[in-house]
Design a protein around this ligand. Structure first.
Ligand code: ADP
Ligand code: ZN
Length: 212
């Protein structure tokens, strides 16, 4: 299955992507995680995008399209993949279609804006492996430590109130129109993001026609 996950920041794409990845045996490709890794390593791309990301702005389409096309050519994508964070603009969606990559389904996780700020301020991620956590709804076994690798849990630089507001605006203006694009292609399914992680997981399974 070639799947696209979309939804506002903090909708739970990273968490649900990881659950689906295990369940379906395919890798999640998170463009946000790729970009944060590039910033950490201070690569050319990393230096180029750091300020944009910390301001809640989008990285230019040409940069993203090149990055994702290269990633999708890796052998591990042959059996399927879950795209998290791409496409994020109509131009990116069109570029993906034109590249000949077949998408089977586009899952939109729906969460109201007023929930987002609250959620993002309790979000944490592993500084080593980028696994997602939430100190209210998805706690690690040991406080401040990653269950998978023991890495330290940190708050993302773009999870501050000002940047969150920008990211939400960008989502509504630039990313949400993609839903209509994929709906026309007959690929769009939606699932409501709930307070409780397990409830969202079961909504997602239902939307994708998997056993709950
Ligand atoms: P979110 O929690 O907002 O869904 P992500 O981890 O997916 O965050 O992305 C973080 C930031 O990385 C975005 O706010 C944006 O600046 C940049 N980014 C990630 N993917 C893309 C993309 N496909 N196009 C443009 N910018 C992107
Ligand atoms: Zn970890």
């Amino acid at each position: 299955m070639n799947l696209v996950l979309m939804g506002p920041p903090g909708a739970g794409k990273g968490t649900q992507g990881e659950i689906l990845s295990k369940r379906l045996g395919i890798d999640t490709i998170s463009t946000g995680a790729m970009l944060r890794a590039a910033i950490k390593e201070q690569t050319e791309i990393g230096k180029q995008v750091e300020k944009l990301i910390n301001d809640g702005k989008l990285v230019p389409d040409d940069v993203m399209v090149k990055l994702v096309k290269e990633r999708l050519q890796q052998p591990d994508c042959a059996n399927g993949f879950i795209l998290d964070g791409f496409p994020r603009t109509t131009a990116q969606a069109e570029a993906l279609t034109e590249s000949g990559v077949k998408i089977d389904k586009v899952l939109s996780l729906e969460v109201d804006d007023d929930k987002i700020v609250e959620r993002l301020s309790s979000r944490r991620e592993c500084s080593k492996c980028a696994a997602p956590y939430n100190i209210i709804s998805n706690k690690p076994e040991v406080e401040g430590k990653c269950d998978k690798c023991g890495g330290e849990l940190i708050q993302r630089a773009d999870d501050n109130p000002e940047t969150i507001k920008n990211r939400l605006n960008v989502y509504h203006e630039q990313t949400e129109p993609i839903k209509a694009y994929y709906d026309k292609m007959g690929l769009l399914v939606t699932a409501k993001g709930e307070e409780k992680l397990e409830d969202t997981t079961s909504n997602v399974a239902k939307a994708l026609g998997l056993e709950v």
